[in-house]
Design a protein around this ligand. Structure first.
Ligand SMILES: N[C@@H](CCC(=O)N[C@@H](CS)C(=O)NCC(=O)O)C(=O)O
Length: 199
């Protein structure tokens, strides 16, 4: 199995952490999505990362499908079997990924458009969504279970991406989230090497 990824990508960080936690060894290869490399396009027509190439002409995307695949391979190490805990993990993963979607939309607005065409209204809208979600999480920080879940990895990856690309103001008034990530790091020491990093 080979994971196509980039080191800054929050969704890539999420699945790399999940694979590590699940004890599944995967070979990883960095790709630059903006170059549309054949290796990526041939395995994912959407040209997005992460993409997991699993052999026999098969590949898996997006990051939730990859996590679900890793969960099946590991006998359930990423999503709790208990209905309530499983639902909490699913929704936390959706929220973590959803914040990342907003942050990526802001990044691409700056990266893909000439400066005179950047639309501030769109950026503000994305910040409002991300800020609301961060406030909700800060007001009600997710409790850690006995073992980490795909939801925990999604939130950690997104907080890591915020720290990397939008350092500073998001932390103000969100001490519970800073405590959450500090506790996560204690439970998952590989965070240092698998969190979103500048390439
Ligand atoms: N919903 C997807 C989002 C993946 C995604 O948007 N990845 C970004 C990098 S962080 C990407 O591939 N961007 C390149 C593009 O959209 O062309 C997932 O969870 O895997």
């Amino acid at each position: 199995m080979k994971l196509l990824y980039s080191s800054a990508s929050p969704y890539s960080s999420k699945v790399r952490m999940a694979a590590h936690h699940a004890g599944i060894a995967i070979e990883s290869e960095k790709v630059v999505t903006s170059d549309d490399p054949a290796l990526l396009i041939d395995n994912n027509p959407l040209g997005k990362i992460p993409t997991l190439v699993i052999g026999n002409g098969q590949s898996v995307y997006d990051s939730v499908a990859i996590n679900r695949h890793l969960d099946r391979l590991s006998g359930g190490k990423l999503y709790p079997a208990d209905a309530e805990a499983g639902l909490r993990a699913d929704v936390l993963e959706a929220l973590g990924d959803g914040i990342a979607d907003c942050l990526l939309a802001i990044q691409y607005e700056h990266r893909m458009r000439p400066p005179e065409k950047v639309y501030q209204g769109w950026i503000d809208k994305q910040w409002t969504k991300a800020g609301r979600a961060l406030d909700a999480l800060n007001a009600n920080p997710p409790a850690f279970g006995e073992t980490l879940t795909a939801g925990d990895f999604a939130l950690a990856a997104t907080l890591g991406y915020l720290a990397l690309r939008f350092p500073g103001p998001w932390e103000e008034g969100r001490a519970n989230l800073l405590n959450w990530i500090a506790e996560f790091e204690k439970r998952f020491p590989a965070w240092t090497e698998l969190k979103p990093l500048a390439s």
